[in-house]
Design a protein around this ligand. Structure first.
Ligand code: GLN
Length: 397
């Protein structure tokens, strides 16, 4: 493939350092504006290479699937509403994980026009029943598949309830630059206006798109492309359920045509320091949800049950009442890792704001919600690490 180096595109924004992007054109002789595609290879900030490609530096061209050769994409199915079935097209009650991967792919024959697609059934459960054993099997299978030079990308179908947890787990444990794209549905396969088929079509299109490489694990739902670090589920039934409240969308995809706005800033996949090679189980970490006048002995219950870490879904900026704070401090002094996250869906939890983390030996979750903070802490605890090192992980991933 011809490589045409374009140097010195400037994308400075008010308040930012000047950033120059070195781009490689994938097409030496563009026939139209749409045929031009760029992959950002490296970013330079004040003359120094920035290893984590930035957010918002440039808006890339929309892709153009028609002019591209068909790539091989493997769909790994785990269940969820996308594979759900109801008694009728208008019933709200249904059962997740009824439709097989072959039936899902067969239901969208147009998908074979954008990629060579084949499926594998890894599980078939509602995502409330996803286990770490399934997540580990999924990460291992993705790592194996992506090591095959003929596989361009992987799409994973999954229930939406815990999709953000599996996405974040894979973001830390898949060690490859190729696209990994998760999708699901809010309406079962049998419903009027089921959203699963178009979501699957769009997810496969993104998994076949060279621009989706090095973005970490992406989630494609309802025409939006989210990053695993940022996205969260916000509505119990609506098709517009996922938002990325902290860092915003990675891009959009409309009938298979994607457009990218930014790249994830945090470390992931190919530059993650985590590995699940040889790991079959993870240490226990519990989540304790804070509320007014909460009973403090929930902390003791977790400690007594052998939790190696506790994530507090704190009020506001990771707060908890004085009685709980006392028990959490006692647990921390006994070697249990205490991470302060928040039950509030947006905003960071910073260190030493109303609680003296330095004195009590606590960790602040920074941008991670409780469910994702738990996953990071579980992976962090697979190896001996100091408090400072674990706090660093919360700033970097
Ligand atoms: N829309 C969905 O996928 C949520 C339903 C189901 N509980 C699941 O997570 O699999």
């Amino acid at each position: 493939m011809a490589r045409n180096l374009v140097k010195g595109k400037i994308a400075a924004q008010p308040g930012q350092h000047l950033i120059a992007i070195v781009c490689t054109s994938l097409d030496n002789k563009p026939k139209s504006a749409f045929a031009l595609r760029f992959v950002v290879n490296a970013l330079y900030c004040d003359g120094k290479k920035v290893h984590r490609p930035d957010m918002g530096a440039s808006r890339m061209q929309a892709n153009h699937n028609d002019s591209r050769k068909k790539e091989q994409v493997v769909v790994l199915a785990t269940g969820g509403t996308i594979a759900g079935a109801a008694e009728s097209a208008t019933r709200a009650d249904y059962t997740s994980g009824r439709v097989t991967v072959d039936a899902m792919i067969g239901g969208v024959p147009q998908i074979q026009e954008i990629a060579h697609v084949r499926g594998e059934q890894l599980a078939n459960v509602g995502s409330q029943d996803i286990t770490f054993a399934i997540m580990i099997a999924l990460a291992n299978r993705i790592n194996d598949l992506l090591a095959d030079k003929d596989v361009h990308g992987v799409a994973v179908t999954h229930g939406t309830d815990t999709m953000e947890e599996t996405a974040y787990f894979l973001n830390l444990t898949v060690a490859n630059r190729k696209p990994v794209v998760m999708t699901g549905a809010m309406r079962p396969a049998t419903a009027i206006s089921a959203d699963g088929p178009l979501n699957l079509y769009n997810a496969v299109a993104v998994a076949a798109d060279p621009q989706a490489a090095e973005c970490g694990v992406l989630v494609v739902m309802n025409d939006r492309i989210h990053g695993a670090h940022s996205l969260t589920k916000t509505n119990t039934t609506s098709v517009e359920t996922f938002i990325s409240p902290i860092n915003g969308l990675i891009g959009t995809v409309n009938y298979g045509r994607s457009e990218y706005f930014r790249r994830p800033f945090r470390r992931h996949t190919f530059n993650s320091e985590f590995s699940i090679e040889g790991v079959s189980e993870l240490p226990r970490v519990d989540i304790v949800y804070a509320c007014a006048d909460m009973p403090p002995d929930l902390i003791d219950a977790s400690v007594d049950r052998g939790a190696r870490g506790i994530v507090i879904a704190g009020d506001g900026n990771g707060n908890m009442n004085a009685a709980t704070l006392k028990r959490a401090a006692r647990a921390a002094a006994g070697g249990v890792l205490i991470v302060r996250s928040s039950r509030v869906p947006t905003g960071k939890v910073g260190r030493n704001v109303e609680i003296d983390d330095d004195r009590l030996g606590f960790i602040a979750s920074d941008e991670l919600n409780p469910a994702k903070a738990r996953i990071l802490l579980m992976l962090a605890l697979t190896k001996k690490r100091s408090l400072q090192e674990i706090q660093r992980l919360f700033y970097e991933y």
